[in-house]
Each structure stands twice: as C-alpha cells, then as structure tokens.
Design a protein around this ligand. Sequence first.
Ligand SMILES: *Cc1c(COP(=O)(O)O)cnc(C)c1O
Length: 233
Amino acid sequence: MTKAMIAENIQRIKSIISRTAAKVGRNPDDIKLVAVSKRFPPRSIIDACTSGHYLFGENYIQEVISKKEAIPSQASIHFIGHLQTNKAKIAAEYCDMIETVDRFKLGKALNKHLDKQAKKLDILVQVNIGEDPVKSGVDRDNTEGLLEQLSTLSRLRICGLMTMVPLVNEPEQSRIHFRRLRQLCVEMQRKGLFPEVSTPELSMGMSNDFQIAVEEGATIVRIGTAIFGKRLS
Ligand SMILES: *Cc1c(COP(=O)(O)O)cnc(C)c1O
C-alpha cells in the first residue's frame, strides 16, 4: 500500500463509521478506530501517522519492541494479541492499552511491573463470547468473577470488554455475538464492575464486520486488512 492509499482507506473507514453511527443515533466521536498494523513494517505506521491517524493495534510483542522505536512518539499502541505472562513487563511498558486480559495471572503480572513504574494501565477483558474453541478469552459465565479479581489490582484501570467473534462467511452472523457482548457489558456495569470509567469500552468488529459492530454499540473497532491490505503471513 502506498502512503496515499493508506490515508484514503483510513478516511473511507472513518466516514463509514460516522455514517453507520448516525444511522443508529450514535455519536461518531464515541467510536475509536484502531488501525491493526501487525505484520506490516514501521513504514506503514509512519504513513498512517502522516495522514493524522495515531492509534494502532499490534498482536506480537516482538513487533511492538521493534516498531516502538521506529514510529512517532505520539503513536499509541493497543496490544490485541494473546499475551504470555512472561511478556507482561514489555507490554505494560510499551503499550497504551492491553485489550486481551483474559486471566487473573496475567493481570497480576501486569500489576507487578506497573507497581515498579508507579503507573496505571488501561486494560480490557477479552471475552470468548462465541465460545469458539480456537479463540482466547474468558468464558461469558466467568467474566464477572474475573472482573472482581482484577478489581483488586490497583494499577489496572478496567475500561471495558473486547471480543473476537468466530470466523463466519456472512458479516451479519457476527451480530448476535456483538449484541451478547454488549448485553454482558451493560450487566457488568450495572453490577459496578467498571468503577473507574463512566462508559465502558466495547472493542469489537474487524474489517469485514465493523459496520455491524458499530450498529451494536462498539466503541473501538480494530481494522487491519481494509487499511493496510492483505497480510503476508
Ligand atoms: C488481526 C486482528 C484484527 C484485524 O483483522 P482484519 O480482518 O485484518 O481487519 C483485529 N483484531 C484482532 C484481535 C486481530 O488479531
């Protein structure tokens, strides 16, 4: 992708988000676009930054390390991949949000490193809402318990929920999962499990189904292919 194409793709997606939000009576400013730059070189991130976009998603800690020093300091990185406990330190240091906290052990590892740096970190809890055997995430029924455990960790700001829905042929098939995540989020909020935020984040929707996610209440959409093109690996 050339720089101009990346800029154009980001603009196009932002306008689709705005239009879709308007259609369902939502404020487009309540929806953040995470440009998923995994498997693309730092150059792609720099090109997106040049066009005025500064929020990125990365799946692999090695890539976070190598890109962090090559990209503009204003660029924020959300970690969206499966995070091993032994990589928690780097993730806590280099990323602005970890969207994939799915177990207490990982929360504790993050908290330990954050304690040393005396800083707080935004996190989302990843829920396996579609009960997909090949996806990470806490089960729906164990989400409340995990949120309660994580709330004891003073360095984590629990901002909301994230999900990756099962792979489907038709984007419309994702809707039921998005709706269920939103319902779960509302229920958890009612129980006071997001005490540090006024409105919890819902990170859901990717290149093929983000419009449906926006219709169903997504506040963060994570889009790779539709911005940067097909990944090589
Ligand atoms: C790769 C990835 C995305 C982006 O997927 P696209 O289909 O390329 O938009 C979003 N979220 C997560 C967790 C991913 O791993």
